[in-house]
Design a binder for this molecule. Structure first.
Ligand code: SAM
Ligand code: SF4
Length: 345
């Protein structure tokens, strides 16, 4: 058993074994049944809001092995996690991705396995991922204009991403979403193009407000545009806000009777955004981040190396009590997050 207690634990903490599944709940009564797990920091794109110079390897930290990942998943499941999203960097670059999906599938309690990807070369890999148990897919498509797409991402692969959407449906995946980061001078005036796309396609296109990170402060000042402007246009054009499920995250979803698809809005700078936070994050090297923009993380590898899922589950239930009420982005503080490829967004 790991004996050196990580910082931040209550003094009376004991690695008592959890007999049955529990629920992660923080001191603001938020419940966490959703884990975002990064499976690699490496990326092959150069999105100008994330890795404008491409991926550069700075850390020597090693990526969790399959065995460590299995223990991690068991611990989170014991602590009530029901949904896992695999992310990165670019998760499809990890050779063992189908094995990781299969591990999620084999973990009792986890009933939703999602992937967020830039879609590159995913078409070839998708059948095996779905066979392994993948149940939901989010693809990044920051613009539907091929030129704008390549300006933003440094890649000419828009067609490939869009083919992947069709393939996902053909292969029977029910939940397919597209993500676009709102960027004033790139896709900021392309709403109509996005709307045309979802007229007959039952996908949710989600607009994510650009978040300021350590590395993109100048870019943020030039490109950030609040999602509220889009919301106003949508509501004026007959789109209605969908009621949220009790355990839903912070995204707002809108639908319209004339459209097969939906629009999602993720507005991290809006009031009370953090009140519906339902997720925890683990980096590819096994660090727990209570918040995407937190000032600290916890190394979980001591429990993973000991294969101590029950001990880790107990630790998580205690540790989550330290989660802050909200991020500090309004104060210009983005914590440890240099860019979102570090943690997976
Ligand atoms: N590489 C994959 C992809 O791009 O979909 C997964 C990792 S990426 C970090 C996850 C999501 O975070 C993507 O939808 C991406 O557009 C978004 N993202 C990255 N940096 C961001 C930022 N500074 N603000 C808002 N969203 C960001
Ligand atoms: Fe890579 Fe995703 Fe970051 Fe783009 S947003 S650079 S695809 S990690």
């Amino acid at each position: 058993m790991y004996r050196g207690l990580p910082p931040g634990l209550p003094r009376n903490w004991q690695a008592s074994r959890l007999g049955k599944a529990t629920m992660l709940q923080d001191s603001f009564n938020r419940k966490f049944n959703y884990l975002r797990l990064s499976v690699t920091e490496v990326c092959n794109f150069k999105c100008n809001y994330c890795l404008p110079d491409g991926y550069e390897c700075h850390s020597r930290a090693s990526t969790l092995t399959l065995r460590q990942t299995k223990t991690l998943l068991q611990a989170f499941a014991l602590a009530g996690t029901k949904k896992v999203r695999l992310t990165g960097g670019e998760p499809s670059l990890r050779k063992e991705l189908p094995d990781i999906v299969a591990l999620c599938k084999a973990t009792s309690g986890i009933d939703s396995i999602a992937l967020t990807s830039n879609g590159y070369h995913l078409k070839r890999k998708l059948p095996r991922l779905i066979e392994a148990g993948l149940s939901a897919l989010n693809l990044s498509a920051d613009s539907l204009n091929p030129y704008t797409f390549s300006q933003i991402t440094g890649s000419n692969s828009l067609d490939e991403v869009l083919r992947c959407v069709d393939l996902a449906f053909e292969l029977g995946l029910k939940k397919v979403k597209l993500n676009a980061v709102l960027l004033k001078q790139y896709n900021g005036k392309q709403l109509q193009q996005f709307l045309n796309f979802i007229k007959d396609k039952p996908v949710t296109f989600r607009f994510i407000e650009l978040m300021r990170t350590h590395d993109n402060a100048l870019y943020f000042n030039q490109q950030h545009m609040p999602g509220q402007g889009i919301r106003t246009i949508l509501e004026n054009e007959g789109w209605t806000l969908q009621p949220k499920a009790v355990d839903a995250g912070p995204a707002l979803e809108f639908c319209h009777p004339d459209y097969a698809g939906q629009i999602g809005l993720i507005m991290p700078y809006s009031k009370d955004f953090c009140a519906s936070c339902n997720r925890l994050r683990v980096s590819a090297d096994g660090k727990l981040h209570l918040c995407l923009f937190g000032e600290a993380n916890d190394d979980l590898t001591p429990w993973l190396d000991e294969d101590d899922a029950a001990g880790l589950a107990t630790y998580l239930t205690q540790r989550v009590l330290k989660k802050w009420q909200g991020h500090q982005l309004h104060q210009g503080r983005s914590g440890l997050t240099k860019h979102l490829a570090m943690l997976g967004g």
